[in-house]
Design a binder for this molecule. Structure first.
Ligand SMILES: [Ca+2]
Ligand SMILES: [Ca+2]
Length: 262
């Protein structure tokens, strides 16, 4: 028994599916250099919006700075102006994309498309549409989409905001945020419950040793619970090989531990 216990590892308290912020951009310092701006239409802005020397610029109003694009051209025409995030590495789930948007003239509201590329920042690579917003509100409006619902997980993506307005005015985008969930991330918080689990890796059984044990739950890499028991010994012989999270609940608290089944 003593020999077995020497194999016990350090435990950390962690949250299953710990949320990671991949990007949270408020454009306070303008468009970051890590972002990509592409002016596909090449149209010349009207003199009254001549500060738009690029397809998207940092645009400061009384209260805040956002990213903005104009479709008010010298000769009325349509915009094809891309504002593209850096590559963002999505994890297994909870891939939430959110942003705020507004049209700066209620009479000439702008329209835009939110697109995804899985390869690069070339406009032609943005082949998947998350949403098209027609005639955006003149008030800041917030949006949230789960990219997992569109089939995106465990991969790198670029997100583009494409101004597609025809002879409108100014479109503002702000607070672009993308978060992701890592079911295997370990946040190093203090050890609050002393638990030993062995063997790990295992092929057949897990033995759990702790005081004031209440229950054990085993989650697969997708965050799905595959076992729940109040026994100290868990039979995992029928589970697929791979990485799991074992959550042990004791009176003193909960600890989670990465487990490998071979
Ligand atoms: Ca801002
Ligand atoms: Ca343009």
């Amino acid at each position: 028994m003593k020999l077995l216990l020497t194999g016990a590892l350090t435990f950390f308290v962690l949250g299953l599916n710990a949320q990671i912020t991949l990007i949270d951009e408020d454009f306070t310092s303008g468009i970051p250099a890590s972002w990509t701006v592409v002016d596909v239409d090449g149209n010349i802005p009207n003199n009254s919006v001549s500060q738009f020397t690029s397809a998207w610029i940092g645009f400061t109003t009384v209260f805040d700075t956002c990213a903005a694009s104009t479709s008010y051209y010298e000769n009325p025409a349509s915009s094809e102006d891309y504002l593209i995030t850096p590559q963002l590495n999505l994890l297994g789930g909870g891939n939430m994309l959110s942003w705020d948007a507004k049209s700066f003239d209620a009479t000439f509201p702008d329209s835009y498309i939110v697109l995804i590329s899985t390869t690069d920042t070339n406009p032609n690579s943005f082949t998947d549409t998350i949403v098209m917003i027609e005639n955006e509100s003149p008030y800041w409006t917030s949006y949230v989409y789960d990219l997992f619902d569109f089939g995106y997980a465990n991969q790198g993506v670029y997100v583009a905001f494409k101004n597609v307005s025809t002879d409108a005015y100014i479109l503002g985008i702000d607070n672009v945020k993308i978060t992701t969930n890592d079911p295997l991330s370990v946040s190093k918080v203090k050890q609050s419950v002393l638990v030993k689990v062995y063997p790990n890796p295992t092929t057949s059984f897990l033995n759990i040793v702790t005081d004031n044990f209440l229950k054990a739950q085993l989650f697969n890499i997708s965050g799905q619970k595959v076992i729940e028991t109040n026994k100290h010994v868990i039979n995992v012989i029928d589970l697929p090989k791979g990485i799991y999270i074992l959550r042990v609940t004791a009176i003193e608290g909960i600890i989670e531990k990465k487990i490998v089944i071979n």
